[in-house]
Design a protein around this ligand. Structure first.
Ligand SMILES: Nc1ncnc2c1ncn2[C@@H]1O[C@H](COP(=O)(O)OP(=O)(O)OP(=O)(O)O)[C@@H](O)[C@H]1O
Length: 256
């Protein structure tokens, strides 16, 4: 199991991303430490998903440097890049399962992309991952349209874990879930992080998740990380957005 420490598994330096004339990320710096669950928050539209997609290579950056597992992604050759991608898993916003594929096929999808395995082994992997996220093996033959919102999130997590990653990106994993379902999902993420030694980068709006699941929090504002630290440090901050977010009505409802 990976030991949590200051060793960054993701190091983002001076990263800028622009769409047309709009600069969404502006010389942004961020470290995600090995073994931690980092909660990434900020106003709607601030660029949290954009940063996630930039790190995993789906959005091109204007400038800056991104290292994952100590490797500069721009300097990595094609084979090295594929090797890096194999070591991370992604849960996209809204689960983003392929609607025409069964649960089993959805989970197997990233495995097929990277490995040549027998159908029997692929089936074993799908069932093992389903069980890992707290679902019954029978779910394997259902289609996404036959699942509840909570089950879709769990299947999406199973798919993100399919290749036994060291690092997992979760983009708003509890959005759309009721508070009990969201709480159970947070606990699942926490348990998996501890037992598998995962590092988790979690975009969220969910204050409960920040309290119960995250080791550290980073806040995005004006294209930069404006604060990073523990929940106690976030609550002590005098920054206006942090104050209204961590001490507002919703925050009081969570903290009590
Ligand atoms: N491919 C794209 N082309 C043009 N603009 C984009 C693209 N992707 C994102 N944007 C813009 O970048 C900004 C940041 O979007 P992003 O989805 O990262 O916000 P967010 O912080 O994740 O918001 P939310 O919390 O509401 O999900 C938005 O203004 C969005 O419209």
């Amino acid at each position: 199991m990976a030991e949590q420490g200051s060793d960054p598994i993701i190091r983002v330096r001076d990263v800028s991303v622009q769409f047309g004339a709009t600069k969404v990320l502006d010389n942004l710096d961020l470290d995600v430490r090995r073994g931690e669950i980092l909660g990434f928050v900020g106003p709607s539209g601030a660029g949290k998903s954009v940063l996630t997609r930039t790190i995993i290579g789906l959005v091109p950056k204007l400038s800056g440097r991104i290292e994952v597992f100590g490797i500069d992604l721009d300097a990595a050759g094609k084979a090295e890049r594929r090797g890096i991608e194999r070591r991370w898993g992604v849960l996209f916003q809204q689960g983003a399962l392929f609607s025409s594929l069964t649960v089993r096929q959805n989970i197997q999808f990233p495995v097929r992309e990277y490995l040549k395995l027998s159908q029997r082994l692929l089936d074993e992997i799908a069932i093992a991952k389903l069980v890992m996220v707290g679902l019954k093996p029978e779910v394997a033959d259902r289609y996404p349209s036959e699942l509840s919102g909570g089950m879709i999130k769990r299947v999406a997590l199973a798919r993100a874990l399919a290749l036994d990653p060291e690092l997992v990106f979760l983009d708003e994993p509890t959005s759309g879930l009721d508070p009990i379902g969201a709480g159970e999902f947070d606990e699942l993420v926490r348990t998996l992080q501890r037992t598998l030694g995962l590092t988790v980068f979690m975009v969220t709006h969910d204050l409960d998740s920040l309290h119960t699941a995250c080791d550290r929090i980073a806040v995005l504002g004006d294209g930069k990380v404006i604060a990073a630290g523990s929940m106690a440090e976030m609550q002590a901050s005098q920054h206006p957005w942090l104050r209204s977010y961590f001490h507002g009505k919703r925050a009081r409802a969570v903290v009590g």
